[in-house]
Ligand binder design. Structure first.
Ligand code: NAD
Length: 293
């Protein structure tokens, strides 16, 4: 039986800490940090994510702006919007919610964001700094996982960490952070992906598994070593007629099976998801502090 890594409670703690910081800023007569989110189109999941990011800003006292753009907006018009946000002195950071519609080149858009305002940490300048261990905006999901490990005081130094998935926003940065010098860090990392052969043989050797592939219940008990730390990044909407929303959120890990073998495990929902939002807020505070200097 494993201990639950409670991302919801931990993220609430981080938000409380940030609330205190914001109060001190306001008491000093200064404006609070300001985050904007750009949402293109009406994708249900994206609306939910952006909505909770905006609500979290309001809850801790940040200013927030939601910019909703039509699905058929041209790439040029979107780039114009980004340029305006880049040049707004009263805006500390902003994110462009992914995925973008097919006719827009995601890479061009993400590279147009001023790295000093790129609180998602997706710009090559920030990604490069992260890879070199320099202070920068770390992509919020892997940053949240590192923070969760830190706050639960889990020692992963010298341990074998297996990351499933090599995306630029989760798997790849995760593999870099886990292997970096530091605490948490210093792990020996294997990065696996869709072309990996004999994946189960590799995960069975892992002291820590971070699963970020987006396949519901993919990681089963037979793929996990006794006592492993299991981090589930996956979020998939699975249709469910019995649920009022018509779907349920399912992680990559077969929770009921794996919790019997793991030492620590993140639930879905309530694990990595809330931590992602907390770290976005943390990155916005860093952007604000730099903007004030
Ligand atoms: P992605 O689709 O960009 O990447 C998926 C990765 O999984 C790829 O690198 C692919 O090689 C790998 N993969 C696919 N099938 C595989 C298999 N059978 N075996 C091994 N590897 C395989 O996805 P992403 O953006 O990294 O997101 C992954 C999941 O995490 C999704 O469910 C997404 O919704 C979720 N996510 C959650 C949060 C959060 O805050 N909790 C944030 C971002 C993404």
């Amino acid at each position: 039986m494993s201990i639950i890594l409670d991302g919801k409670a931990t993220s609430n703690q981080i938000k409380e800490e940030l609330t205190i910081q914001v109060k001190q800023i306001k008491d000093a007569g200064k404006r609070p940090p300001h985050l904007a989110a750009v949402l293109v189109g009406n994708d249900g999941a994206s609306l939910t994510y952006v909505g909770s990011k905006v609500r979290s800003c309001e809850r801790i006292g940040y200013d927030s702006t939601l910019i909703k753009l039509d699905d058929d907006i041209s790439q040029e018009a979107l780039l114009d919007t980004i340029e305006k946000l880049n040049n707004d002195p009263l805006l500390d950071g902003f994110i462009v919610q992914l995925p973008l519609p097919k006719h827009i080149d995601e890479e061009v858009v993400l590279h147009a964001i001023n790295p000093n305002k790129d609180v998602d940490g997706f710009h090559p300048t920030n990604f490069g700094k992260m890879a070199l261990g320099m202070q920068t905006f770390i992509p919020a999901t892997p940053f949240g996982i590192m923070e969760l490990l830190k706050r639960y005081k889990l020692d992963i130094s010298g341990k074998h960490a297996v990351v499933i998935g090599r995306s630029h926003i989760v798997g790849r940065p995760m593999s870099i952070l886990l292997s970096e010098k530091g605490n948490p860090g210093n792990a020996t990392v294997t990065l696996t992906h869709s072309r990996t052969q004999n994946l189960a043989d590799i995960t069975r050797e892992a002291d820590i598994v971070v699963s970020a592939l987006g396949v519901p219940n993919f990681l089963t008990a037979d793929m996990v070593k006794d006592g492993a730390i299991i981090i589930d990044v996956g979020i998939t909407r699975v249709p469910d007629a019995d649920h009022p929303k018509g779907y349920v959120i399912v992680g990559d890990v077969h929770f009921d099976q794996v919790k019997e073998k793991a030492s620590y495990i993140t639930p879905v929902p309530g694990g990595v998801g809330p931590m992602t939002i907390a770290m976005l807020l943390q990155n916005t505070m860093l952007a604000y502090q730099r903007n004030q200097d």
